[in-house]
Design a protein. Structure first.
Length: 120
Protein backbone atom coordinates (compact mmCIF):
# COMPACT_ATOMS: atom_id res chain seq x y z
CA UNK A 1 0.00 0.00 0.00
CA UNK A 2 2.85 2.34 0.81
CA UNK A 3 4.24 2.27 -2.74
CA UNK A 4 0.90 2.96 -4.40
CA UNK A 5 -0.09 5.72 -1.98
CA UNK A 6 3.33 7.34 -2.09
CA UNK A 7 3.29 7.36 -5.89
CA UNK A 8 -0.06 9.12 -5.86
CA UNK A 9 1.15 11.66 -3.30
CA UNK A 10 4.33 12.43 -5.26
CA UNK A 11 2.23 13.01 -8.36
CA UNK A 12 0.05 15.38 -6.34
CA UNK A 13 3.16 17.18 -5.11
CA UNK A 14 4.03 18.15 -8.68
CA UNK A 15 0.45 18.99 -9.66
CA UNK A 16 0.12 21.31 -6.66
CA UNK A 17 3.36 23.03 -7.65
CA UNK A 18 2.17 23.54 -11.22
CA UNK A 19 -1.24 24.75 -10.00
CA UNK A 20 0.56 27.31 -7.84
CA UNK A 21 2.30 28.65 -10.94
CA UNK A 22 -1.11 29.07 -12.57
CA UNK A 23 -2.62 30.63 -9.43
CA UNK A 24 0.15 33.24 -9.37
CA UNK A 25 -1.46 34.79 -12.46
CA UNK A 26 -4.59 35.65 -10.42
CA UNK A 27 -4.33 39.37 -9.61
CA UNK A 28 -6.48 38.91 -6.49
CA UNK A 29 -3.91 36.63 -4.82
CA UNK A 30 -0.54 37.61 -3.47
CA UNK A 31 2.44 35.50 -4.40
CA UNK A 32 3.17 34.93 -0.71
CA UNK A 33 -0.32 33.54 -0.11
CA UNK A 34 -0.18 31.24 -3.13
CA UNK A 35 3.21 29.80 -2.20
CA UNK A 36 2.42 29.52 1.50
CA UNK A 37 -0.74 27.51 0.89
CA UNK A 38 0.82 25.48 -1.93
CA UNK A 39 4.01 24.89 0.05
CA UNK A 40 2.06 23.57 3.02
CA UNK A 41 0.07 21.25 0.74
CA UNK A 42 3.25 20.06 -0.99
CA UNK A 43 4.96 19.44 2.35
CA UNK A 44 1.91 17.52 3.52
CA UNK A 45 2.18 15.32 0.42
CA UNK A 46 5.77 14.46 1.30
CA UNK A 47 5.03 13.84 4.98
CA UNK A 48 2.06 11.64 4.16
CA UNK A 49 4.33 9.35 2.15
CA UNK A 50 5.84 8.25 5.45
CA UNK A 51 2.57 7.57 7.25
CA UNK A 52 0.40 6.40 4.35
CA UNK A 53 -0.02 2.89 5.79
CA UNK A 54 -1.38 4.11 9.11
CA UNK A 55 -5.11 4.75 9.49
CA UNK A 56 -4.48 8.40 10.34
CA UNK A 57 -2.35 8.73 7.21
CA UNK A 58 -5.18 7.46 5.04
CA UNK A 59 -7.61 9.90 6.67
CA UNK A 60 -5.19 12.80 6.17
CA UNK A 61 -4.76 11.66 2.57
CA UNK A 62 -8.52 11.92 2.07
CA UNK A 63 -8.48 15.40 3.60
CA UNK A 64 -5.76 16.35 1.12
CA UNK A 65 -7.92 15.03 -1.74
CA UNK A 66 -10.85 17.20 -0.60
CA UNK A 67 -8.55 20.23 -0.38
CA UNK A 68 -7.19 19.50 -3.84
CA UNK A 69 -10.71 19.42 -5.30
CA UNK A 70 -11.60 22.61 -3.39
CA UNK A 71 -8.58 24.34 -4.92
CA UNK A 72 -10.68 24.39 -8.08
CA UNK A 73 -12.15 27.59 -6.67
CA UNK A 74 -8.84 29.28 -7.51
CA UNK A 75 -7.68 27.19 -10.48
CA UNK A 76 -10.78 25.67 -12.17
CA UNK A 77 -8.80 22.82 -13.79
CA UNK A 78 -8.12 21.53 -10.27
CA UNK A 79 -11.72 20.33 -10.01
CA UNK A 80 -10.90 17.76 -12.67
CA UNK A 81 -7.36 17.00 -11.47
CA UNK A 82 -8.54 16.79 -7.87
CA UNK A 83 -11.19 14.26 -8.86
CA UNK A 84 -8.62 12.24 -10.80
CA UNK A 85 -6.24 12.17 -7.83
CA UNK A 86 -9.08 11.31 -5.44
CA UNK A 87 -9.85 8.31 -7.66
CA UNK A 88 -6.16 7.39 -7.71
CA UNK A 89 -6.02 7.72 -3.90
CA UNK A 90 -9.02 5.41 -3.54
CA UNK A 91 -7.44 2.89 -5.91
CA UNK A 92 -4.10 3.10 -4.08
CA UNK A 93 -5.69 2.45 -0.70
CA UNK A 94 -8.12 -0.20 -1.94
CA UNK A 95 -5.73 -2.23 -4.06
CA UNK A 96 -2.81 -1.63 -1.71
CA UNK A 97 -4.74 -3.32 1.07
CA UNK A 98 -5.61 -6.23 -1.21
CA UNK A 99 -1.94 -6.65 -2.11
CA UNK A 100 -0.94 -6.62 1.57
CA UNK A 101 -3.59 -9.25 2.36
CA UNK A 102 -2.37 -11.46 -0.49
CA UNK A 103 1.25 -11.12 0.66
CA UNK A 104 0.28 -12.08 4.21
CA UNK A 105 -1.67 -15.07 2.91
CA UNK A 106 1.26 -16.26 0.77
CA UNK A 107 3.68 -15.77 3.67
CA UNK A 108 1.43 -17.85 5.93
CA UNK A 109 1.22 -20.60 3.30
CA UNK A 110 4.99 -20.59 2.89
CA UNK A 111 5.47 -20.82 6.68
CA UNK A 112 3.11 -23.79 6.86
CA UNK A 113 4.92 -25.57 4.04
CA UNK A 114 8.18 -25.35 5.95
CA UNK A 115 11.64 -24.70 4.62
CA UNK A 116 12.34 -25.70 1.02
CA UNK A 117 14.13 -29.00 0.50
CA UNK A 118 17.71 -28.87 -0.69
CA UNK A 119 18.05 -29.67 -4.37
CA UNK A 120 21.52 -31.09 -3.91
Amino acid sequence: MRTLCSSTLIGEFFVIGFAALVAMKDPGLSMATVWTVSGIAMLLCLLLCGVATRPSGVVLGWALQVALIASGLVVPMMYFLGAVFAALWWASVHFGRKIEEARARFAAQAAEAGPPADAA
